[in-house]
Ligand binder design. Sequence first.
Ligand SMILES: Cc1cc2nc3c(=O)[nH]c(=O)nc-3n(C[C@H](O)[C@H](O)[C@H](O)COP(=O)(O)O)c2cc1C
Length: 187
Amino acid sequence: MSVKESIDKRWSPRAFSEKAIPKETLKEILIDAGKAPSSRNEQPWSFIVGIKGEASYDKTVKALNEFNLKWAAKAPVIILTFAKKTFARNGNPNRHALHDVGAFVAYLSLRAMEEDIYVHQMGGILPEEVHAEFDIPEDYELVTAIAMGYLGDKNDLPEDLRDSEKPESPRMGLNEFVYAEEWGKAF
Ligand SMILES: Cc1cc2nc3c(=O)[nH]c(=O)nc-3n(C[C@H](O)[C@H](O)[C@H](O)COP(=O)(O)O)c2cc1C
């Protein structure tokens, strides 16, 4: 599968099938996502993986807010993503840490497509619950939770979520966000 094919195939479903993701496959995807670039190659990302059926899952699910809990708790894998806010080398603030975690997850989302595994990122999370559940070092910030799994049936979703279960969401036109010469002047 080409990168272009992965990009075109990817979207963020809420209906996941119950089929488990083999641990080896998940590991391969995580290893490849870790090849993403990062500022000074700091790789300021850490993750907690929850696998459905294991004790880890119930703990990661506690990170989800009420809305996300309605659908995401069916996914076979929930991952919590963290950014290390300072550089390991000198303790200075790393203002690109969130950016780099985003790059990792973008790689993850596209690499997962090759395995037919879909990723749905969530900002609707409860940092306090996560800190209560896990002993997170002070220097780390919870960024997102992500649900991963194979596509499911949208009719298994709560009724109010079925209509928005679509592979294509609208995107801005280039002239709305790519400029030349001056801010706001279309490229
Ligand atoms: C950082 C981030 C946070 C998001 N938070 C949520 C969320 O809390 N709940 C949800 O259902 N979707 C969430 N989404 C999914 C977006 O709504 C989705 O990516 C966007 O509508 C574009 O759709 P697509 O991914 O299918 O192309 C989030 C996506 C990102 C990247």
